[in-house]
Design a protein around this ligand. Structure first.
Ligand code: DGL
Length: 288
């Protein structure tokens, strides 16, 4: 009997991963669009910031986070971190998943964002603000030019912006000066679109918009990723069927801190509480 068989299948959660609490800005939009599902947010806060780490480190940390998330019942994971999406996603999809978790899925934030920006055909000159790691990989440039080789792309690494947001200074004079400085090299290029290619930059979007001028359309990832993710689930019924729907959202971090709850609530838009886990203490069915 098909019916009783399908009832026995244990359904799973949607995982959202980030190096810290920045990815909550992505989770917020996904939960708003798809409130019926169950979510597990995992912030590897003891290991932030990924944006300044090497390729090998980001890849290793991301794999370890995924082992925890899959063993905790996630069916599909969104890497809400641009640095992890650009440094680790491809290898995870091509090697890690087929070998260790062939039934699970991992998606990133860069491709949906690129698709959305290119859907608006007037965008021919695009700039990307991101961390050092994301800029170093050139992932935004590659993904844009693979789809539209004639589009001009410029990237600006903004290493000061994450620490400014993390210290609650997103509305300060210091932030304004840093933003103006990072945008100054784009002034002469007459860009059409600006991508905020980092989880934290949404919190600087008003100062960025003010300084880049009205002619430039600014793209934040959260709402774009949420729309594309909803569409993905619609197109992949075989994955959607495996997801549980109790409308529950859980939060886990790797560094005990009340700061996460305070900053996290701001990023998520409502009060949250995160439980602490140690990656090494997690029983791992499979080792990497
Ligand atoms: N989540 C990271 C990103 O989107 C920013 C924070 C970090 O560097 O860890 O690139």
């Amino acid at each position: 009997n098909m019916n009783s068989k399908s009832k026995l299948v244990k359904k799973g959660k949607i995982g959202v991963f980030d190096s810290g609490f920045g990815g909550l800005s992505i989770l917020k939009h996904i939960v708003k669009k798809l409130p019926e599902y169950d979510y597990l947010y995992f912030g590897a806060s003891a290991r932030a910031q990924y944006g300044e780490k090497s390729h090998a480190t980001i890849l290793k940390f991301t794999k370890e986070a995924l082992v925890f998330m899959f063993n905790s019942g996630c069916e599909i994971v969104v890497l809400a971190c641009n640095s992890a999406s650009s440094e680790a996603l491809r290898e995870i999809q091509q090697k890690f998943l087929p070998k260790y978790f062939p039934d699970k899925k991992v998606l990133g934030v860069i491709i949906p964002t690129v698709e959305k920006v290119l859907e608006e055909r007037q965008n021919k000159k695009i700039a990307v603000l991101a961390t050092n790691a994301t800029v170093r990989t050139g992932t935004f440039v590659k993904e844009i030019q693979k789809r539209k080789p004639q589009v001009f792309v410029n990237q600006v690494a903004c290493p000061l912006l994450v620490p400014l947001v993390e210290s609650g200074k997103e509305k300060s004079k210091e932030a304004e000066v840093a933003v103006r400085d990072y945008l100054s090299c784009l002034k002469k290029e007459k860009i059409d679109a600006l991508i905020l290619g980092c989880t934290h930059y949404e919190f600087l979007s008003s100062v960025i918009k003010k300084n880049i001028g009205k002619k430039v359309k600014v793209f934040s990832e959260g709402s774009i990723v949420a729309v594309k993710f909803k569409d993905y689930l619609k197109r992949h019924i075989e994955i959607e069927e495996k997801l549980s729907k109790k409308g529950k959202v859980e939060f886990f971090i790797t560094k005990p801190s009340s700061e996460f709850d305070i900053f996290g609530s701001k990023f998520f838009g409502s009060q949250i509480h995160a439980d602490n886990v140690k990656l090494s203490n997690v029983p791992q069915k499979k080792t990497i």
